[in-house]
Every structure is written in structure tokens, then in C-alpha cells.
Write a protein that binds this ligand. Structure first.
Ligand SMILES: [Zn+2]
Length: 386
């Protein structure tokens, strides 16, 4: 979970978070609803009623998006795919799955879980309207939510990855080709195509009088294009690394400091000189832990002369370690999950090397320099996921 995130608690064991950018959309939406949408629809409300109904509608939209993401999550959990978190941000929500779905059919069902919930909500708010027709703010609220949930279903059905419709599309291509990597690239490229269409349409509208609406459409397109590009990069990177092991990419040269080394000396002699960013802390031959620049920076500078490495290091028991035979790709994912840039590689309680993100990139570059083709095992491995 990143730092731009306010934790809201847990549902079904899933951490729910609010990205700071959500407040922007909350303010904009409330302002748009209270300032123009509701006054156009209903003439005789007090200003306070417009603002309260606007804010309540924006919050209910947030609840709708949350339920949509929970729809994906419930099915993912049924397939034993851990859901790390749900984050609500500027353009909606993201349920972060800790792994790719195990099969095309699992992917398909996880993908439609969200839109099914949104469709249910749309029907629910539509059906509720006669019951609340006597109370205008409630009628306005249910009308808007029926409309916005329908829009959510339609938008998400666009067959461009990583939108839900794109995931359905990817699942179908995956089922036909048996190759998840290739189907991801195809579906993400369709996603980029739709993104360009959004950007084009939005820009056109901006220049033909609809500045606000056009800008909004173009922004969504830009966001979609980014998301699709990241997916393509990731899956390509993964394809290049598949079949390689941690031991092949790790570096065996890492700096060791004795347990009583003071931070001041560590910075002066080892950080500034060599640019080394992490150190293994030893007592004789025994590993006590690891210290990174991040931990050094947590200590106020005037205390560097009197604080030893042992006092601020991560003790060995708390270190997340890698096995030298582990898959390189899953090792990098594990770094992502733990929010670290390097991990010690350990066999039988002994550090045999360190793996950092830079090591993986250097390794990849070396492979390419020598013209070694990407591991050919990736296709058969992907196929065997079926
Ligand atoms: Zn969705």
C-alpha cells in the first residue's frame, strides 16, 4: 500500500484505502451536482439541500465503486487468489490481486464480478424510485445512482485491457491460444486503441465548445493508455525473465559492516565513497541483520555519531529472504509486495548473495547484449497454467 493512501479499514479481510486523488473527484462531483445537475432537475430546493444531496450522491458513488470492486474480490477469493487491497482514487477503484487468475475461466468470472454488482445496483436504484418519489432529494439521488451505475457497467465493458471488458476479452483469447502473455498484449493493445479514441474524441470536443466534458474524456483516455502500456511492459518484462533463477541474477558482492559500526562512519566511508545502498551487519561470521539508507535516514543526523548499525538495522529474523533457486520473476514480485528494493538471498541460514531491482535489470541487459534470446520455456509454461 502506498503513502498517498488513507486506510479505511477491512472488509472480508481486504484492506480498503482512499487515495488522496479521490478528494479531488469528490469535491468536483459535489460541486457539479450541487451547482448545476440538481438545480436543473429540481427547481425549488434550498442551497443547503443542493449541497447536502450533492455530497451524499458523491459518497454513494464511492460506495457503488467499492461494491463493484468487492464483486471482483469475492470471486477472486473463491479461486484462492489473495486480494491485497482495494484503493479508491480519481477514476474509480482498483482491487489489487496478489496473483494472476489460475485459468482463463477464473479470469473471466473475476472480471465480470464487478460489472454484475454494478448492474444489480443500477436495477436496485431504478426500482427504488417509485418508493421515494415523494421525497425529491431521495428521488434525485436514486435517479443519479441508477444512471451512474449503468454508465459504470457500460464503460467497464469496453473490451480494452485492463478494463473489465478487456479482461473478459483477454480470457477468451487466453482460452483460444493457451498463452496468457500473448493474450495480455493483444487485449492491452485493444485497450490502447480505445484510449486513443477517447483522447481524440475528448480533444475534438474541447476545440468545439465542450471544454470541461472534452477534457474529462481525454483524461480518461490518457489514464487508460498509461494503464494499458504498463501492462504490456510488465508482461514483456515477465516474458523475458521467465525461466531464470535468482542465483543467476543476484550479485555476490555486497558490503558487510561490523555490528558496532557507527552510522556516521558508515555514511562517510562506505555510502559516500561507493554509493552502496544496503549493508549486511555481521558479528564475526554470523549475520545479525541488514541496514539500508532508508533506516539511516530515519535517524536524525546529529545522532549518527552515537548510533550503531545494530540499533537501527532490520534483524535477520525479520528479513524477507529469497531462495537462490526461486524464479527470478516471482522474486521481483515478492519485492513489490514487501515494498523493498533488495532482498538477501539465503541458503541454510547463510547469505549467498543479494538481489536488487537493478541486478535484475542489469541481468536482462547483459542477456540482450550477448543476444541471448528470451527463455523459450515461457510459452509452454504459460500453456501448462490451463
Ligand atoms: Zn471492475
Amino acid at each position: 500500500m502506498n503513502r498517498h493512501n488513507i486506510p479505511l479499514g477491512k472488509i472480508l479481510g481486504i484492506q480498503i484505502g482512499l487515495d488522496y486523488s479521490w478528494f479531488v473527484i469528490f469535491a468536483l462531483l459535489t460541486w457539479m451536482l450541487a451547482g448545476s445537475y440538481y438545480p436543473d432537475e429540481f427547481k425549488n430546493w434550498s442551497p443547503l439541500t443542493y449541497w447536502l444531496t450533492g455530497a451524499a450522491t458523491a459518497i454513494m458513488l464511492f460506495v457503488s465503486v467499492l461494491l463493484h470492486e468487492l464483486g471482483h474480490s469475492v470471486i477472486a477469493l473463491r479461486y484462492k487468489i489473495p486480494v491485497r487491497s482495494i484503493t479508491l482514487f480519481l477514476f474509480g477503484g482498483v482491487a489489487e490481486l496478489a496473483a494472476e487468475p489460475p485459468s482463463a475461466i477464473a479470469e473471466l468470472l473475476v472480471a465480470i464480478g464487478g460489472p454484475i454488482v454494478s448492474l444489480g445496483l443500477a436495477v436496485f436504484f431504478y426500482a427504488l424510485q417509485p418508493a421515494v418519489s415523494g421525497v425529491e432529494p431521495l428521488l434525485g439521488l436514486t435517479k443519479y445512482l441508477a444512471y451512474i451505475n449503468t454508465a459504470l457497467v457500460l464503460f467497464n465493458l469496453i473490451p480494452g485491457y485492463p478494463l473489465d471488458g478487456g479482461r473478459v476479452f483477454r480470457a477468451i483469447v487466453w482460452a483460444i491460444t493457451g498463452n496468457m502473455t500473448r493474450s495480455t498484449v493483444i487485449a492491452a493493445n485493444v485497450g490502447r486503441l480505445f484510449a486513443l479514441l477517447f483522447i481524440f474524441t475528448g480533444t475534438f470536443q474541447m476545440f468545439t465548445g465542450n471544454l470541461g466534458g472534452g477534457l474529462w474524456i481525454a483524461l480518461i483516455g490518457w489514464f487508460l493508455d498509461n494503464a494499458a502500456s504498463v501492462q504490456i511492459q510488465q508482461v514483456t518484462f515477465r516474458g523475458l525473465l521467465t525461466g531464470y533463477r535468482v542465483a543467476q541474477a543476484m550479485s555476490t558482492r555486497y558490503a558487510i559492516v561490523p555490528e558496532n559500526r557507527m552510522l556516521q562512519q558508515l555514511v562517510d566511508e562506505q555510502v559516500l565513497g561507493s554509493g552502496q545502498r544496503y549493508f549486511i551487519v555481521n558479528r564475526g561470521e554470523q549475520i545479525l541483520g541488514m541496514i539500508t539508507l532508508h533506516q539511516v535516514k530515519e535517524v536524525p543526523r546529529q545522532k549518527w555519531a552515537t548510533t550503531s548499525a545494530t540499533e537501527v538495522m532490520l534483524p535477520f529474523e525479520q528479513l524477507k529472504c529469497l531462495d537462490p533457486d526461486a524464479e527470478l520473476w516471482s522474486a521481483l514480485q515478492s519485492m513489490d509486495r514487501n515494498g523493498v528494493n533488495q532482498m538477501p538471498v539465503v541458503r541454510a541460514q547463510q547469505i549467498v548473495g543479494m538481489l536488487s531491482r537493478e541486478d535484475a535489470i542489469t541481468f536482462l541487459r547483459t542477456l540482450q547484449e550477448f543476444g541471448i534470446p528470451p527463455s523459450t520455456t515461457s510459452d509452454t509454461q504459460e500453456a501448462s497454467r490451463e
